[in-house]
Ligand binder design. Structure first.
Ligand code: FES
Length: 227
């Protein structure tokens, strides 16, 4: 067994346990955006960064992929960790519109929640934002690549959990986008509209069309009553 301390709590875990798993067992929540329980860590979002001290050295590492080592003293809320998470959110917002009130996922968005939690209201970076066309071809859900943070949760869900392989990452760098093979519309792809990708999306990039009905100002109807 491996012994470590997380946020002052001594933990004893089996070899190969990740810091995220050990923290969860100790009742400590670490923020994640790309992590899917049961799958190999994607490691793309860097939101789960923690500070690890051992034998005189310290480093930041991703809790979802780093394993607990004997004698680790791990901090999940240190100044360095908070600064790192703010930096991640700042970078994500550099290519993400912040007009949340017009987003169908307003109030149900992990990115929005973390921005509130870590006090990141807007990006400190100035520059171009992606302007991809919105794919509204599927009768049940909409894909807006401009709200995508490339966490790959939808891709990993479609490919590794559902086993459909209807979507993947295309292009490189700033032009990276989640796409169907050959960039065809979702309606014309092998997508079976199971909706698991939509459930996996932490932002408003993939949204159920019927979710619009949940917006109170869109369904509000005036009716006559007697009382
Ligand atoms: Fe660990 Fe995304 S949750 S890198």
């Amino acid at each position: 067994m491996i012994h470590a301390i997380i946020d002052g709590i001594p933990v004893e875990v089996e070899k190969g346990t990740t810091i995220l798993q050990a923290a969860e067992a100790a009742g400590i929540t670490i923020p994640t955006l790309c992590y899917i329980k049961g799958l190999m860590p994607d490691g793309s979002c860097r939101m789960c960064m923690v500070e690890i001290e051992n034998r005189g050295w310290s480093k930041l590492d991703t809790a979802c992929s780093a394993h607990v080592s004997e004698g680790d003293v791990i901090q999940t809320k240190s100044e360095k960790v908070i600064a790192s998470r703010r930096g991640v959110l700042d970078l994500l917002l550099s290519n993400h519109k912040t007009d949340c009130f017009s987003c169908p996922s307003n109030g149900a968005c992990k990115l929005q929640d973390y921005c509130y939690e870590y006090g990141v209201e807007k990006t400190s970076y100035e520059g171009e934002m992606t302007d991809f066309p919105i794919d509204d071809s599927n009768p049940f859900f909409t894909y807006n690549p401009n709200l995508c943070i490339l966490c790959h949760r939808c891709v990993n869900t479609c490919n590794k959990i559902v086993g459909r392989g209807a979507i993947d990452t295309a292009e490189r760098g700033f032009n990276s986008v989640i796409s169907t093979p050959f960039g065809v519309d979702l309606r014309d792809s092998s997508c079976e509209s199971c909706g698991n990708c939509v459930a996996a999306c932490p932002t408003g990039a993939l949204t159920m069309k019927r979710r619009k009905e949940y917006r109170p100002w869109q369904v509000e109807r005036k009716v006559l009553t007697t009382c």
